[in-house]
Design a protein around this ligand. Structure first.
Ligand code: FES
Length: 154
């Protein structure tokens, strides 16, 4: 299913927390990502995967597919607040199709910028998305350097 941002494979997890009271003043770009998150889903195969869990209990699982030193495909499964959903969507949009050197440069501030800003008390949601992406990359590099065969449907 196409969204304004890319491909969507499944419905995201329903946000667990009620943040309706603190969504005022957020940018339309935030709501676009939150309401129609891009690249959500669990693929049948991947080269790197990570599950990040924040201290708040929210989590995001990220799957990446790499070819020719490029992040060809990213999918994510957010579970938690609407900020987690939006940050997962934003980080996936920022890195899909990018060379790994560029992917490694992504910072939580880039995610916040893509969303038109984030409240200070929700920057940790952007940190969670970026850190989990980094762990998925670590997992990919472990596959490449640790084992000759690519991970398949683990
Ligand atoms: Fe903790 Fe979103 S509220 S990651």
């Amino acid at each position: 299913m196409d969204t304004p941002h890319g491909t969507r494979e499944a419905h995201p997890s329903e946000p667990d927390h009620d943040h309706a009271h603190d969504l005022e003043g957020l940018d339309p770009r935030f709501f676009a990502h939150a309401q129609m998150p891009c690249n959500v889903g669990r693929p049948t195969r991947w080269d790197g995967r990570a599950l990040g869990v924040g201290v708040c209990g929210d989590s995001i699982e990220i799957f990446i597919e790499v070819a020719d030193s490029r992040l060809n495909r990213i999918r994510h499964l957010p579970k938690g607040c609407v900020y987690t959903v939006a940050c997962g969507s934003a980080v996936s949009k920022l890195v899909q199709g990018k060379p790994l050197e560029a992917v490694l440069q992504i910072q939580p501030e880039d995610v916040a910028r893509e969303l038109g800003g984030l409240p200070a008390d929700h920057m940790h949601c952007a940190n969670l998305a970026v850190n989990t992406l980094g762990e998925a990359l670590d997992d990919y590099y472990r596959q490449v350097w640790g084992r000759p065969a690519k991970a398949e449907g683990r």
